[in-house]
Write a new protein. Structure first.
Length: 84
């Protein structure tokens, strides 16, 4: 007769690895906001203007005021924190 051996399940916690990955991604986004504070405008796709269906007439984008770029959300937060 074979003795019964209790099997123990070993669990490894993935929490430190996920926390490290999250901090790495946050540091990468912070570096991107510092190096490249502007992103392409979502409405005009970075061109700064809209063309008419004929392609001849155009007007400036209202969202980015014709600049074609907007501040990133992280840069908005950074500016608000450093302004105080």
């Amino acid at each position: 007769m074979t003795p019964l051996v209790a099997a123990t399940a070993t669990t490894t916690s993935a929490t430190p690895a996920l926390l490290a990955l999250g901090l790495l991604l946050l540091a990468g986004y912070a570096a991107a906001c510092w190096l490249w504070p502007f992103r392409a405008c979502t409405r005009c796709h970075g061109t700064g203007k809209f063309r008419s269906p004929s392609g001849h007439a155009w007007r400036y984008c209202n969202r980015c005021s014709g600049k074609g770029a907007q501040l990133r959300l992280g840069r908005h937060v950074w500016n608000a924190l450093t302004r105080r």
